[in-house]
Design a binder for this molecule. Structure first.
Ligand code: HEC
Ligand code: HEC
Ligand code: HEC
Length: 368
């Protein structure tokens, strides 16, 4: 019995020495030139497959992914954050990507064996030790769905269809047309005149002024405002680019554009608008809800440049932002704390009415 114990202890000691030699003396070859040993790839992939299967949400949680705007927003993010590894749909991977281990699969192959709920999990969480990154912020898994909507359609796309999706052909706003950074980095989602492509996610920029746009871009870049989509965009902007974008976008005259029609499927009845107008004017049943108009306008109320205008903003976007404030997931500039004193007292119906009210107003030219 004693001999067995000594023998086992010796074996453990030898194994430990071998492990230390591999780690300490660099015996394990980490070169990407040599793939995994036979069988290791199978073990890793089966573990990966089963791990995703176990953790992915149920397919019942998958929202409607057919909306064109949703697919386009997803394409815009893909082009900014994923294309360098997974390539343009229908095109071969770059020579460098082909030498990664594991090699990021070309996107049409990458989506083949997964359902939308599993794709959601993979894009949200990433894959350890493979290079596949997690979503930039834990607060915003809602934003992963537009990417899944794009992935859901990507097998039907060739390079030309992908390119067409990223290029907007509508007439340019004169101020924006001359700004290459806007055309190349913003237009795919915010549109040629600053009207977002997907109204519940992407805000109109043509209502906002220079100071607020700059504060927002800085808050995204530092991660204080949570959005995996805009954090990615802002992380690639220099201080000078932020200044120029804020200045040019803050000046566009699209503020005179009419109020936008209701987002499909969103109720904007006269009663709802009237209910929202009452709360916005400070006549809420709840004493602790201040007048939104006191900070947000519309004109001619005097307001700080750092309080965003809401008149004419998409109602889907306003509602989403209010819900994000309420669940403490929006983040924002330093002044966002003001909103945290407002939202706890608002319920979903009140938020809907406020969104309908502001969206029904014509954008107000209340800036110098
Ligand atoms: C730095 C490179 C890199 C970037 C950037 C990247 N991925 Fe990946 N991705 C990978 C690698 C590598 C894998 C393979 C993981 C494996 O099989 O072990 C992968 C796997 C996947 C898969 C699952 C495919 C499969 O069968 O394993 C999907 C879907 C995917 N990525 C989508 C995306 C999306 C969408 C983005 C952008 C938000 C993205 N990836 C960004 C490297 C990357
Ligand atoms: C891939 C799509 C995409 C691209 C590209 C993009 N945006 Fe955005 N933008 C969004 C989304 C989605 C939001 C809303 C994010 C949130 O919920 O906080 C947003 C929000 C914003 C906001 C905040 C507006 C508000 O009302 O608070 C500003 C400012 C902005 N974007 C400017 C830009 C600029 C400037 C560029 C180009 C450098 C750009 N965006 C590129 C999708 C995009
Ligand atoms: C004391 C001033 C103040 C009051 C009152 C106020 N807000 Fe705000 N609100 C702000 C500030 C400041 C921000 C911008 C936060 C940031 O910079 O990230 C904001 C942001 C918002 C946004 C996001 C806008 C965007 O473009 O992203 C919405 C929607 C909003 N408020 C709705 C409301 C509603 C509805 C009310 C009334 C129930 C209200 N606010 C009351 C100061 C206020």
């Amino acid at each position: 019995m004693k001999r067995y114990v000594v023998f086992t202890l010796c074996l453990i000691l030898l194994a430990l020495i071998a492990a230390c030699a591999v780690v300490g003396l660099g015996l394990f070859n980490v070169s990407a030139r040599q793939g995994h040993l036979p069988g290791v790839y199978w073990i890793l992939h089966t573990t990966y497959r089963n791990s995703v299967d176990l953790r992915a949400p149920s397919v019942d949680t998958v929202p409607d992914l057919t909306d064109e705007g949703l697919v386009q927003l997803g394409a815009g993010h893909y082009d900014s954050a994923c294309v360098m590894c997974h390539g343009v749909p229908g095109q071969a991977s770059s020579a460098t990507v082909q030498h990664m281990v594991p090699m990021p699969p070309p996107i049409q192959g990458a989506v083949e064996n997964w359902n939308p709920a599993e794709l959601f999990w993979i894009v949200k969480n990433g894959v350890k030790m493979s290079g596949m990154p997690a979503w930039p912020t834990l607060e915003r898994s809602d934003e992963v769905w537009p990417v899944v909507a794009f992935l859901n359609r990507v097998t039907e796309m060739d390079a030309a269809a992908y390119d067409a999706m990223l290029t907007q052909d509508a007439t340019q706003q004169p101020g924006l047309a001359s700004l290459q950074t806007y055309r190349q980095r913003c237009q795919v989602c915010h549109g040629p005149v600053g009207l977002g492509v997907e109204a519940s996610y992407v805000p109109r920029l043509d209502l906002l002024n220079e100071a607020y746009i700059k504060a927002s871009l800085l808050a995204y870049r530092s991660g204080e405002r949570h959005s995996g989509i805009m954090q990615q965009v802002a992380s690639l902007l220099s201080d000078e680019e932020i200044d120029t974008l804020a200045e040019v976008v803050g000046k566009i005259s699209g503020r005179t554009a009419p109020a936008v029609p209701p987002t499909e499927g969103v109720d904007r009845s006269a009663d709802l608008i009237a209910a929202g107008a009452k709360i916005a004017a400070g006549e809420s049943e709840h004493r602790d809800v201040p007048a939104c108009n006191a900070c947000h306008g519309p004109y001619p109320v005097e307001r700080s440049e750092l309080f965003p205008a809401l008149a004419g903003q998409h109602e889907g976007y306003i509602l989403r932002q209010l819900e994000l404030f309420k669940s403490d997931s929006r983040g924002g500039s330093e002044r966002a704390r003001l909103m945290h004193e407002v939202v706890p007292h608002l319920d979903k119906a009140q938020m809907q009415s406020l969104a309908a009210y502001y969206a029904s107003l014509a954008p107000a030219l209340d800036l110098p």
